[in-house]
Design a binder for this molecule. Sequence first.
Ligand SMILES: NC(=O)c1ccc[n+]([C@@H]2O[C@H](COP(=O)([O-])OP(=O)(O)OC[C@H]3O[C@@H](n4cnc5c(N)ncnc54)[C@H](O)[C@@H]3O)[C@@H](O)[C@H]2O)c1
Ligand SMILES: O=P(O)(O)OC[C@H](O)CO
Length: 336
Amino acid sequence: MTQALKTFGVIGGGAWGTAIAQMLCRDGQDVTLWCLEAEVADAINSAHENTVFLPGVPLKPALRATTSLADLYNLDALFAVAPAQHTRSTLAALKGHIASGTPVVLCSKGIELSTGKFMTEVLADALPEASPAVMSGPSFAIDVAKGLPTAVTLAVEDESIGSELIQAISTPTFRPYLASDLLGAEIGGAVKNVLAIACGIALGKGLGRSAHAALIARGSAEMTRLALAMGADRETMSGLSGLGDLVLTCSSETSRNMSCGLALGRGESLDSILGARNAVTEGVATAPVLRRLASEHDVDMPICASVAAIITGEISVDDAIMTLLMRPNKAEGVEA
Ligand SMILES: NC(=O)c1ccc[n+]([C@@H]2O[C@H](COP(=O)([O-])OP(=O)(O)OC[C@H]3O[C@@H](n4cnc5c(N)ncnc54)[C@H](O)[C@@H]3O)[C@@H](O)[C@H]2O)c1
Ligand SMILES: O=P(O)(O)OC[C@H](O)CO
């Protein structure tokens, strides 16, 4: 089979965009990574290292970085990896400069706060001529950049584009599994970040591993409930982009979302936690908009709603825990 996709643009020089660019960069594939910050692009081009967002990982010398989105015009495929709140503006800058049907692989995990839209909806607004795909699953940037084994969901609308993307991105250590449920993959990626904050809070408060496991299981039920109400597939929720990412993020202290929750549980303020880090914590923006979305779909998501209330300052951590524990007993199951 001849290689259909040869030129790739990656939008976003954070940790994940850099890891994806590194993974794509191989013989016969030309990769350009757009970075917002000139110092990031300079460090990648001169020292072959993203010293700001992915320090300590040697990058392939063939990987080129730029600060001009014009360098991503008319490429064979794009990977959108800016934080969710900046996805619209970065995609819109490419309007009129992609061929109809160009695959755009959405890799950010979040919901747009101002509109309540998932990234596929943002893409449809900004670049309706693109062919959408969602790549999501348990994958820390550092693991992928180092070539450690990773498996993700690659959900595509167009099966033939899916095969071309698989050919371009898969390696023995990076294993994409093809799927067709884009919305389900997006729901999993966005909701798990909020649940990881909840799990962090519980552990930071010293509530123990039993409470932690209960939050993962009941959080999974919330995620599935929303997915079913919005028309996504139940199966996606038990796959890599659902359960897989939920388990990784909710059990890793290196996760930005879980570590944010841990610090909240130990009594730190949200402002001081976010102020001390140079990395996006998607669950913080997602929690309030997810609560709104759940209410619009008449879906009960008490754990996610509690995280939203803590983040917006409506309730203290202690009161949120008490409120969750005082809920009436009910039958187990997604519908409950
Ligand atoms: N880091 C991971 O392991 C990982 C894995 C899977 C998915 N993701 C997702 O990828 C997305 C990006 O996360 P990351 O870890 O690469 O970011 P990061 O935390 O490493 O870096 C922050 C990024 O935000 C960018 N940014 C800040 N302001 C911006 C603006 N106004 N316009 C455009 N970009 C702006 C910065 O340039 C930088 O690239 C998130 O949605 C995240 O959930 C991350
Ligand atoms: O560090 P986090 O919490 O943003 O999680 C990173 C990835 O989404 C894990 O799959």
